[in-house]
Design a binder for this molecule. Sequence first.
Ligand SMILES: Cc1cc2nc3c(=O)[nH]c(=O)nc-3n(C[C@H](O)[C@H](O)[C@H](O)COP(=O)(O)O)c2cc1C
Length: 358
Amino acid sequence: MELSETSPLFSSVKLGSAELKNRFVMAPMTRSRADAEGIQTPLAATYYAQRATAGLIITEATAVTKQGSGYPVIPGIWNDAQVEAWKPVADAIHEKGGLAYLQIFHTGRIAHSSLVGETPVAPSAVAPNGETMTAAFASEGYELPRALSTEEIPAIAAAFGTAAKNAIAAGFDGVEIHGANGYLIDQFLRDGSNKRTDAYGEDRTKFLKQVLDAVIEAVGSDRVGVRLSPWTPFNSMSDSDLETTFRNAAKALSGRGLAYLHILNGGNDNRPSAEAFALELAEIAGAPLIINAGYDAAAATAAIEKGIAAVAFGVPFLANPDLVNRIEKGAELNAPDFATFYVGGEKGYIDYPELASA
Ligand SMILES: Cc1cc2nc3c(=O)[nH]c(=O)nc-3n(C[C@H](O)[C@H](O)[C@H](O)COP(=O)(O)O)c2cc1C
């Protein structure tokens, strides 16, 4: 018996204005194959179209401004050339019957001045631990970021709105606001990185709310999702009261009619209780829940049975363009090639094999 006969993973679901043909979401994954100007590679059209059997593709994180483009060769969406380069990607996904949201972000302090052309910016002058990549692909320690002035923050929120408009102009079905993994929005949310005493410190969700206002005004709330990662310490994130912080973040999303809330549960091995907290956040936000990190077919099926709307698969989709078909057939999955996650051109990008057709 094939899994499709028994699993709710293969049923359709509506998230905002998008009708997903199944509950498989491709998680956003940076692949570092754009050029130094943030222009997406033509190969991306092939890569994403190969994975268009997902109910929804969420693209790799895409910078809203040069100031927010803190990694080498990641794509941007702030100028016309970048928008033009994304158009064939959205078209190729649609031609294969798929749907796609562009993930938009600002890296904040997770950056190097050689890439962003200025000292990296952050809510507060608190440097992350560890090393990052320069424009010359050298590994260097993080620089001390410059704390943003109160006056310059609204323009960054507005840039998210422009990026969202650009994403729709490029043909995407919506945008995912990247509030996870220690980038600028997450830096504002948590007290380990936000030491401000102005309105953005008194209410650490204020920046998120301004971003939402700008993005919703630009494209409408039913084409907007938000990703948060309460349990993830990645990029030196910390908070003295995580659960309260993320309940507050979920409250900031409520009443807006968002397409979905996407929770990355990584960093907590206790999946059932982490799922329960994610469901609570989605309830507060009043949005359908997409869940992620470490799911296989059985865990994903169980999640849907608990009322989670869809499950995002990262590495499994990276290594298996036909993940949906493989899970349906109970077939083995390809092993991921970690060495080509962020380098390699076509290799490890568009050359993972599909199941031979019977
Ligand atoms: C190569 C790679 C790049 C990633 N880039 C992003 C990204 O751009 N944005 C994001 O929100 N998460 C990113 N992630 C995290 C994934 O979306 C996902 O949360 C992670 O892979 C765990 O899910 P999985 O267990 O299904 O792989 C990335 C993960 C990998 C492996």
